[in-house]
Structures are given as C-alpha cells and as structure tokens.
Ligand binder design. Structure first.
Ligand code: SF4
Length: 200
C-alpha cells in the first residue's frame, strides 16, 4: 500500500501522543522503521514537505503509480497548518484517488477547519489520544459535522473492527480492505496487540 510518511521525532507526534509516551506506538515497535533505507525515506519526505517543490513532486510521484487509494501518515503526522494545506493541495490535484489521512492533531485540524473544508476524495481519520479508550463524544460532536471520521484502540479483540490488527501478522496489512478510506465508516477500532495486562 503506497503511503507518504514522516519521521515521528521531527513531526513531534511521538512526544505529544500518549501512544508514543507509553511506548505503544506501532511505529516505534516496528523493526522495519529502523532500517537505514526507511529512515532515509522518511527524512527525505520531511525535507520535501518543508520545501516549495512538495506539491508538484509528490503529485507527480503518486500520479505515476496509477493507483486508486493513497494513505498518508502510517508514520508521522501533520505538524503545522501549512502542512495540512500542502497535503490537501496534493489530494485535490489527484481528485480521482481516494486519500486516507490519519492524524492525532485535533488542535491543528480544528484551526484549519475554520477556513477550509475537506475535499470529497479525502477522508481525515482523527485518532483517539489515549490507548484502549473510545473516541470521546465531545470530539465526535465537534468534528463529525465537518466529515471527519475517527479511530480508536481496544485490548479486546472481539470489539475490534479492523481485521488486520487482529491478525497474527506484524504490522497492519490491509489487503483488499478499504474501510478506512470510506467516509461512512465512522470509527475504526484497532486491536492493541500484546498490551492487555499493561493498560487494562
Ligand atoms: S480497517 Fe481495513 S483499511 Fe482500515 S486499517 Fe484495518 S485493514 Fe486497513
């Protein structure tokens, strides 16, 4: 699955998010993230998103892939209002592609939504800030009217609705599942593997 990812230390998500602080962040636990080639790629992306060529370069790179779905931030997050603008511009350039953007930046998103709206082909999925916690109702009430969808985690595999998180494979392999791109799939609930006794 093609993704655009950023370094978690540069975007700051690992420090501000309770998944990062409690060492339950899937990125910090994934050994693939430690490969030099992977580190170089996310660093290149960081430099790119902070450059003026981001919109044209990433639009061209994604367009070349001739895909239907694109995922943003399996690692990293928005880090400024400008970063949201830049990503959304790329999504608008690629209007035939469905974009799923994962973020925990409710603060930035709230600010951005004052002057902007989410394009039809984009699904911004806001994650609950605390592991094993349902997305708070006030966040649902605040963001749903703008078309934002949500994600949360559970330590009970029977409550999860993401089959990939329940599988024994390492990481999340979506296969042909496309629920997270769908705007009518309001909440994705992931199974938090192997942490039941630590946080329940
Ligand atoms: S619900 Fe489907 S699309 Fe979403 S992360 Fe799980 S497997 Fe992937």
């Amino acid at each position: 699955m093609p993704t655009f990812d950023l370094p978690i230390d540069k975007t700051g998500c690992v420090d501000r998010c309770l998944y990062g602080q409690s060492k339950k962040c899937t990125v910090t636990k994934n050994p693939n993230e430690r490969y030099p080639s992977r580190k170089a790629l996310v660093l290149r992306n960081w430099e790119l998103i902070n450059s003026k060529k981001f919109e044209s370069e990433i639009t061209a790179q994604i367009r070349k892939k001739r895909i239907n779905d694109f995922r943003w931030f399996s690692s990293g997050d928005f880090f400024s209002l400008e970063s949201i603008d830049k990503v959304i511009k790329v999504c608008k350039n690629l209007s035939r592609i469905r974009h799923w953007i994962a973020t925990s930046r409710d603060d930035l998103l709230k600010e951005w939504l004052k002057d902007n709206s989410i394009p039809e082909n984009v699904n911004i999925r806001l994650s609950a800030p605390v592991p094993n916690m349902e997305i708070p109702q006030f966040m649902i009430d605040e963001f749903s009217p703008f078309g934002v969808t949500f994600s949360e985690t559970t330590t009970d595999p029977h409550k999860a609705n993401c089959h990939a998180s329940i599988s024994t494979e390492k990481g999340i392999n979506c296969g042909d599942c496309d629920l997270c791109w769908k705007k009518d799939h309001k909440i994705t609930k992931y199974y938090l593997k192997g942490v039941k006794n630590e946080i329940s």
